[in-house]
Write a protein that binds this ligand. Structure first.
Ligand code: SAM
Length: 231
């Protein structure tokens, strides 16, 4: 279970509302029961139930079980699409070990706004379900042009370009910080493609001979990157 407060030996963790209902009502955890907690900063802890009410309870950290396990330095940048598909991308990116999830607005992006808190909650749920100790931050929606203006000099960009379906564009074998970029349903504009191709750190990459939906492309790109460059 993820808790939004720093954990440490003997630390008391108040549990309220939905979490209390889930732990003490649905899971029926009573006094002395143990549960695994993580805070995304210090790692994973065994905590014991020391107070259990219907709407409120208290847990106490008794032992650390894992240190924080940071994923490789990979950002997933994508243009938000329909709600359920955007949720899917965030969930899969968190499960597959993205260090940061960055929605970007491109020329043909369908949605102009995102619910960052909702997407962050999906990242938390995904980290909980895969036993991770780290939750990737989901950033605010930023314009792709602005992001490229201040692109870090040491970060490679896997620019997933559906225009390469007829061949070419393999992922280079270069280690270091990376980001993946997935376009929206309408793909990238010519201006974006020109700008991206002129960026020294950008590597146009093909995900195969078929045009994939953006959510499929995000998973395929992360799998390809993990296979070749992940640790
Ligand atoms: N412009 C396309 C069209 O409508 O024909 C569709 C874009 S595709 C649905 C969404 C994004 O997924 C693309 O911008 C690209 O980043 C990625 N993508 C999909 N298939 C790909 C492929 N075969 N190779 C590389 N990237 C791909």
């Amino acid at each position: 279970l993820f808790v939004d407060q720093p954990l440490g030996q003997g630390q008391l963790v108040p549990v309220e509302r939905d979490q209390a209902h889930y732990l003490f009502g649905v899971m029926r955890l009573g006094l002395g029961a143990q549960i695994l907690l993580f805070d995304g900063v210090s790692g994973e802890w065994i905590a014991e139930v020391i107070e259990a009410g219907k709407r409120r309870g208290v847990l106490k950290c008794v032992e650390q079980t894992k240190p924080l396990q940071m994923p490789p330095d990979l950002w997933l940048m994508f243009a938000p699409i329909k709600k359920a598909r955007t949720d899917f991308i965030v969930e899969k990116a968190a499960e597959m070990g993205a260090a940061k999830i960055c929605p970007v607005q491109t020329d043909f992006t369908n949605s102009e706004r995102i619910r960052q808190d909702r997407l962050q909650a999906h990242a938390v749920e995904a980290a909980e379900q895969c036993g991770g100790t780290y939750v990737p931050p989901v950033t605010e929606l930023q314009k792709l042009g602005k992001v490229l203006e201040t692109w870090p000099a040491d970060r490679h960009l896997m620019f997933c370009d559906e225009a390469l379906v007829d061949g070419g564009g393999s992922l280079p074998d270069i280690t270091g910080p990376w980001a993946i970029l997935i376009g929206p349903e309408g793909g990238f504009s010519d201006a974006e493609r020109t700008r991206l191709r002129s960026l020294e750190m950008a590597h146009p990459v093909s995900l195969g001979p078929r045009i994939l939906r953006a959510d499929t492309a995000a998973v395929a790109a992360m799998t390809l990157w993990q296979e070749k460059l992940g640790d």
